[in-house]
Design a protein around this ligand. Structure first.
Ligand SMILES: Cc1cc2nc3c(=O)[nH]c(=O)nc-3n(C[C@H](O)[C@H](O)[C@H](O)COP(=O)(O)OP(=O)(O)OC[C@H]3O[C@@H](n4cnc5c(N)ncnc54)[C@H](O)[C@@H]3O)c2cc1C
Length: 392
């Protein structure tokens, strides 16, 4: 990356946070990048790369040392998500689902036994997490959940179907939400923690996708799967607020991942525009190409500032920053999608060839725009918070 860009993105980080970026970027570029294209061709899950993330403490970035984690501050966690996502969508998702959705929820709402059972494994990479939220009938309207938890002797029986679940076939921990009574809508929602490998009545079926085939996105079917009473996270009927705070941290990490992908598009386009010639000169000389580079940098930097500000709010102890999380996620995902589009345009037809990475970024960016709240949802949420129609 050119020095002015490096200065821009690091200006407001501490020395320690800058060091985090340097270390994670070195891992990502030297050890992960050379493997990504092969994994992409083979449609293979990056199992062998996960221990490398654990060695550097990246899988426990939001987990305190007491439970085997490496937590320092939320901004550093954002920088980690940004740098890994700049190189690999799937590994960034492993980090973000484990830390944001699973570990943060367990730390905030889990029993001591749940913390001891799951957190050290998440940090060590021996307990991969999946969040089972979206259902075939819709992911945006989570209050209208159809998966039920029927109370039985000693626990619950879960029945229903979840779709588009990342890491499901590889997971040792499912963070699942189900309702005790559909008529109660969001007030019936309860969160559960379970090990799918030790629970009968769960079928995991891969969903054929046009992108991210190596993520093995799956449908997860619960067929009266029994979970003991201790599997409840927090309290019965309190799953919706737990989900809300989990998504708050989740959206922070997804927004940081979007910034990483947006930055990657810039980093790929600048040298290409300097080298590729048309009309006897580098295309970088054409104002219409320069306009795209400027727009790519501007939207990335704007999104990055929203992400770091959100991280700082969390580091300052602000308990919920849902409006700011929506702002960061909306700006980040729109930047990632538009940068991929502009990037493909700069590359011309090579942008669509398998030889170059830029084309792959587009559908991956679209996946970021859909996950953890679509752009439409965040647009609606921001206005509702601003208009006083919704509370943080
Ligand atoms: C790569 C990938 C990984 C994923 N991983 C996971 C995972 O690990 N766990 C998990 O649970 N889910 C996961 N998802 C699912 C994701 O969270 C959902 O796709 C998302 O929540 C949207 O839900 P939906 O696809 O059912 O769209 P729908 O909810 O059906 O929405 C369809 C369209 O309607 C719009 N819409 C809905 N409501 C409104 C409204 N009120 N106002 C305006 N527009 C509206 C939406 O924005 C969207 O454009 C993943 C998705 C992808 C693509």
């Amino acid at each position: 990356m050119s020095p002015p860009l490096a200065r821009m993105m690091d200006f407001d980080l501490s020395d320690e946070q800058r060091e985090v970026r340097r270390t994670v970027r070195a891992l990502a570029e030297q050890q992960i990048l050379p493997e990504v294209e092969r994994l992409e061709q083979q449609q293979a899950y990056p199992t062998e790369l996960i221990p490398k993330l654990a060695e550097l403490g990246l899988l426990g970035a939001m987990i305190p040392e007491q439970y085997g984690g490496s937590f320092t501050d939320v901004v550093s966690y954002g920088v980690i998500c940004e740098e890994i996502a700049r190189i690999d969508w799937v590994l960034a998702s492993v980090i973000s689902v484990g830390n944001s959705l699973a570990a943060s929820s367990i730390l905030a709402h889990g029993s001591d036994a749940q913390k001891e059972r799951f957190l050290p494994g998440i940090a060590a990479g021996t307990c991969l997490a999946s969040a089972c939220l979206t259902e075939p009938g819709g992911g945006t309207d989570l209050g209208n959940m159809q998966t039920t938890a029927e109370k039985v002797d000693g626990g619950y029986r879960l029945s229903g179907t979840k779709v588009f679940i990342s890491h499901a076939a590889h997971a040792d921990l499912f963070f699942v939400v189900a309702t005790l009574d559909r008529a109660l809508k969001h007030r019936g929602v309860t969160a559960f923690l379970l090990d799918p490998k030790q629970t009968d009545g769960i079928a995991i079926n891969e969903i054929p996708m046009r992108t991210l085939k190596r993520d093995n996105l799956a449908e997860v079917v619960f067929e009266e799967a029994f979970v003991p009473a201790e599997a409840v996270l927090g309290e019965e009927g309190k799953g919706f607020p737990i989900l809300g705070s989990a998504l708050d941290v989740g959206r922070f990490s997804v927004a940081a991942r979007c910034v990483g992908q947006s930055q990657r598009a810039i980093d790929l386009c600048i040298p290409y525009a300097q080298e590729r010639k048309a009309f006897d000169q580098p295309i970088a000389r054409f104002q219409l190409i320069q306009q795209k580079i400027t727009d790519m940098i501007m939207r990335t930097e704007q999104a990055r500032q929203l992400v770091y500000r959100l991280g700082r709010m969390k580091d300052a102890g602000v308990p919920r920053a849902s409006m700011e999380a929506s702002m960061a996620k909306l700006a980040g995902s729109q930047a990632a999608v538009q940068n991929a589009l502009d990037g493909i345009q700069i590359f011309g037809a090579f942008g669509l060839s398998e030889e170059y990475e830029i084309g792959r970024l587009l559908l991956e960016a679209k996946a970021l725009e859909l996950g953890e709240g679509t752009s439409e949802l965040h647009t609606k949420l921001i206005a509702e918070y601003a208009l006083g129609l919704r509370k943080q």
